[in-house]
Design a protein around this ligand. Structure first.
Ligand SMILES: NC(=O)c1ccc[n+]([C@@H]2O[C@H](COP(=O)([O-])OP(=O)(O)OC[C@H]3O[C@@H](n4cnc5c(N)ncnc54)[C@H](O)[C@@H]3O)[C@@H](O)[C@H]2O)c1
Length: 332
């Protein structure tokens, strides 16, 4: 299979979503051919508009929970198709479980049909509300299996288990990326995740809604860095799981203040209720990613936030769209 530096043909499920569209762009930029498969449950064709018509890029409307076939060679399958924001997966609970189970099975089969490697976009949510800090890959997690968030957390835990079973039973070439909170341009401003919500509220001059006392933490990684981590895992010979995330941890209150400052906003901070099973801490142990992939995030929080705020401001100026009221923030 072609590894680093060689032209390859990639399939990206969920490629019209936030992370997937950046991944498609990076792949095309590096000279790879890309087949993007998406059912537009939470993503939109506009996310890959810049790629449409480019040689080597194909957008296919398709559902990963149905068998997928791609004519011609495939070297690598990136399996990202799944709702990812709490607001989306709480709205699509069964679909989310099916994306993690049936979708992952079909992505593994697609990869096997072509003798390709599969990179699974798993999540830090497999650690649940962690009792270990920071979270090392060897930690098994603390997940409520019947709580509202379980549709996402357990779907991803099952997806990891299924990938490992295919690896052990059939020798499948898989790489499992545990992605920690990632942010950047093309997040939907109504997806309920903290950064797009805070940015929208700051730009509107509306109250910035922080849940609980705001002392819960997240470690936020700029999307270009996350994508570089996925590409490094695609090129590596390890199965993982590997944490892909920034080790710079900050509280949601600090994040709200930072967004407000960088947006030049005078929005007040408003405290709202915390959603059930919301994790208190989140911070990756990134030593494995550094050692095995030679990967570490490069974009500072301030640089990443500036780019994100600029993108939201430009997008809204071009198309103000519907005005959103104050909606509760969920820190994914
Ligand atoms: N963004 C993050 O912070 C983060 C953190 C951890 C893990 N991840 C994982 O990365 C992946 C991408 O996340 P995102 O933030 O870009 O989310 P997103 O919602 O923007 O993108 C997901 C994409 O998958 C598509 N999709 C959903 N179900 C599908 C199906 N059954 N068939 C085909 N397409 C389907 C959606 O339409 C969308 O385009 C997800 O698997 C998510 O679990 C993301």
């Amino acid at each position: 299979m072609p590894r680093q530096g060689k032209k390859r043909r990639a399939v990206v499920t969920g490629g019209a979503g936030f992370v997937g569209s950046h991944l498609c762009e990076q792949l095309v930029r590096a000279g790879s051919d890309v087949v993007c498969i998406d059912n537009f449950a939470t993503g939109i064709p506009a996310n890959v508009r810049r790629l449409s018509g480019k040689e080597g890029f194909r957008l296919v409307e398709g559902d990963s929970t149905r068998p997928m076939s791609v004519p011609g060679p495939v070297d690598i399958v990136f399996h990202l198709a799944s709702a990812a924001s709490p607001r989306d997966y709480l709205r699509l609970p069964v679909e989310t479980l099916e994306a993690g189970s049936l979708g992952t099975r079909n992505a593994l089969r697609l990869a096997a049909d072509h003798g390709a490697r599969m990179v699974l976009a798993s999540t830090s949510e497999v650690y649940g509300d962690p009792l270990q800090h920071p979270q090392h890959e060897s930690y098994w997690g603390n997940v409520n299996p019947v709580g509202p968030r379980s549709v996402y957390d357990e779907a991803k835990r099952y997806a990891e288990s299924l990938a490992m079973a295919h690896h052990r039973a059939y020798g499948a070439d898989v790489g499992i990326a545990r992605i920690f909170n990632c942010y950047g341009p093309r997040m939907r401003d109504d997806d309920g995740r903290a950064i797009p919500t805070f940015v929208r509220q700051a730009l509107d001059g509306a109250p910035i809604t922080v849940s609980g006392d705001g002392l819960q933490t997240r470690s936020l990684c700029y999307v270009d860095d996350t994508v570089a981590g996925l590409l490094a895992l695609a090129d590596a010979d390890i199965t993982g799981p590997v944490n892909i995330g920034s080790a710079t941890e900050l509280s949601m209150l600090r994040l709200a203040e930072l967004v407000r400052t960088l947006a030049g906003s005078a929005s007040p901070i408003a405290f709202i209720g915390r959603p059930p099973d919301d994790p208190r801490f989140r911070c990756p142990d990134t030593r494995l990613a550094a050692q095995a992939l030679g990967w570490r995030p490069r974009v500072s929080m301030e640089q990443g936030l500036r780019r994100t705020i600029d993108w939201f401001a430009r997008t809204r100026a071009a198309d103000p769209g519907p005005q959103h009221g104050t909606v509760p923030t969920v820190q994914a």
